[in-house]
Ligand binder design. Structure first.
Ligand SMILES: [Zn+2]
Length: 452
């Protein structure tokens, strides 16, 4: 593999930025140097690229995607979505278990890993899903030296979503929250609250429920109640808890308090919840119907604040593709979820510009945080000896989002002007994206190793 020397760059390394050059050798970062002060060994036989001051970020690790593979490959598959990932600067993904069949045992995990080995354009990993029937297996998997390195965390749906993996038994929740050794990832929405809200909505609107009712059906109370419950369980069992896609100001307060108490809790939100609010149902309709629902302008502001102050630890896209024909259905038949993996980084770069979020903090939210939480070996930070997964962006470049590369062919961000264009992407030191296209080649992703 050829050596690279990327010079005249702004390099985000840990909690600082360096104006200088970055060298790679054999797929790894060889060194980061101020100005042009690299040793002769870094120049020798290296291809030298002038980055014109562009920013080198660690390749984005998106730890929350739904690639629908296997079982719903008419919507998306690992091949199509991992190509789109690269175009958005994402070099590693961790896929959620609510596929068909769901990823809830060794056989289904192995099948996904094998499919990804053959078809993934970027690095890949998978979470295992909890069901009412598999806590013993999960406990074993979290300890087993053979299985542990092959999955990120244990996903629990404390609220229904695509795939029907809802856990509704208290004894099972106790069992799962007491599993040591892996983060427990929770989708928090209280099912009873949602059911009651849905009954009232149907009494009022019949089968013609307007989509703007979504945040009142899948309400903030449903989120808050469920998050409270997850935090209580985690406090009881000492769980390594990772709360997914947080959407309300009240949940942020609960998380702050839990962190202050020293609980081992981390939190994720998606760029969508920093960008969209209930006002957007007017123009975007069911395209932005997702679970949990996008909420108020006030929640949006609170989430932006929480990204700045560290209450939120990671950004996951929650990339959840559905066909446009499905999204045109009436409320009850319209599936929840939207595809946003390719736009997530640029939305965050735009938010960063608007809110004064520093590049090191952005890199932590987009890559390093996920590497830390899931114990991903050798990736997620720009430092000598780490994999040369590099995402090169021009933070000042404005562009209008056009048709994305997703198999479903649409994004809720089409037509939106963002800043922070992805200029180039390197996977293990090899160029894979340039000028907005995936370079010719074959799927070359490798399996993430989870050591934590
Ligand atoms: Zn999700």
């Amino acid at each position: 593999m050829g050596k690279l020397l990327l010079r005249n760059a702004t390099i985000v390394t840990g909690n600082r930025t360096v104006s200088g050059c970055l060298g790679t050798d054999k797929g790894l970062i060889q060194g980061i140097w101020e100005g042009d002060n690299c040793p002769e060994s870094a120049r020798e036989e290296a291809e030298v690229l002038d980055l014109k001051g562009w920013v080198i970020l660690p390749g984005v690790i998106d730890a929350h995607v739904h690639f629908r593979d296997p079982g719903m490959t008419q919507k998306a598959d690992i091949g199509s979505e991992s190509r789109a990932a690269l175009l958005g600067g994402v070099t590693s993904f961790i896929d959620m278990p609510n596929t068909q069949p769901p990823t809830t045992d060794e056989t289904t995990l192995d099948a996904k890993r094998e499919k990804a080995r053959k078809t993934s354009w970027c690095h890949y990993g998978f979470h295992l899903g909890a069901t009412n029937g598999n806590p013993d297996f999960l406990r074993r998997a979290a300890q087993s030296p053979d299985l542990r390195p092959h999955f990120g965390g244990i996903k629990v749906f404390m609220g229904s979503s695509t795939g029907g993996m809802l856990i509704d038994r208290n004894d099972i929740l106790d069992h799962i929250f007491s599993i040591p050794g892996k983060p427990v990832l929770v989708h928090c929405e209280d099912e009873n609250t949602i059911r009651k809200n849905l009954i009232s909505a149907r009494l009022r609107y019949g089968d013609d429920i307007p989509v703007w009712m979504h945040p009142y059906i899948r309400s903030r109370e449903a989120c808050i109640r469920s998050t409270k419950r997850a935090l209580e369980l985690a406090s009881l069992h000492g769980t390594r808890l990772h709360l997914l896609h947080i959407t309300t100001a009240e949940e942020l307060d609960l998380i702050r308090r839990a962190k202050d108490k020293g609980m081992s809790v981390t939190a994720e939100t998606s760029a969508n919840y920093l960008w969209l609010s209930e006002n957007d149902y007017l123009s975007k309709g069911a395209l932005i119907k997702c679970n949990p629902a996008v909420k108020t302008v006030g929640d949006c502001a609170a989430l932006r604040h929480a990204v700045l102050d560290g209450t939120i630890d990671t950004i996951g896209s929650d990339h959840a593709p559905h066909l446009m024909t499905e999204k045109r259905n009436p409320y009850m038949q319209c599936p929840s979820g939207m595809p946003t993996l390719q736009e997530s980084l640029s939305v965050m770069l735009t938010v960063a510009r608007q809110e004064g979020l520093s590049l090191p903090r952005l890199a932590d939210l987009m890559a390093t945080g996920a590497a830390r939480i899931f114990g991903i070996r050798g990736r997620g930070i720009l430092a000598p000896g780490m994999a040369a997964d590099l995402t090169i962006v021009d933070p000042a470049a404005e562009f209008t989002v056009s048709k994305p590369a997703y198999k479903c062919g649409w994004s809720p961000y089409e037509g939106v002007t963002l800043c922070g264009a992805v200029r180039m992407v390197f996977l293990d030191g090899k160029p894979v994206v340039k000028d907005g296209i995936v370079l010719p080649g074959s799927p070359n992703g490798t399996a993430l190793t989870f050591d934590a």
